[in-house]
Design a binder for this molecule. Sequence first.
Ligand code: HEC
Length: 180
Amino acid sequence: MFFTIPRAAKLVAAISLGMAAAAPLAACTKAPEKAAVPAAPAPLPLPTTLLEVMRASVEIPADGIWAAQSAEKLEDPDWLLAEQDSIDLANAATLMTLATTGAKDAEKQVNADFHNWAAEIQKTAGVLRDAAKAKDQMKLGMAADHLTDTCQACHDKYRPEIPSDGVSRYPFYPARERKK
Ligand code: HEC
């Protein structure tokens, strides 16, 4: 007798059981209550001018890349340094586009072509990184040439006051010998 529950009653039992099981689920899918997760702190501002970013953060790794490009043979530590330089350059490209503190920086940075040249530096840094990982000096050389062209293109428009002979090496900070 106990086991001969009519089908319809079984069905009802199953449905109500199912609903009971579904109830907590439904509660979970409700829009989450606004609370608890604290807002991430704002990123730190850049405390330097675009000129300082160029001299310290762009020129130095670019110079490392050009040195690797013209080296006769690169040993493993040289490839690692080229990889490091490519990472610094990729990050420096982002710095070019952030709010720097120079009085005339923003009026340059708001332009689409300025932004595109910075993006091209970052893209090229990615190719340089791949080349360094693959220890492919031909690839590194081609990307390094494209890097020079990109620096030059932006300087021609946004730094025209200085007659450009390409991009001068260590215009401000002295060269640091890389230990082998
Ligand atoms: C998106 C534009 C842009 C790109 C790309 C760019 N630069 Fe610059 N660079 C500038 C501007 C603008 C200045 C001048 C800033 C000022 O004087 O306030 C400058 C200045 C410099 C200076 C300072 C020169 C001095 O007077 O001491 C160096 C060095 C430099 N850039 C190197 C490079 C190198 C190397 C690359 C490529 C790897 C590069 N830049 C790519 C915009 C760019």
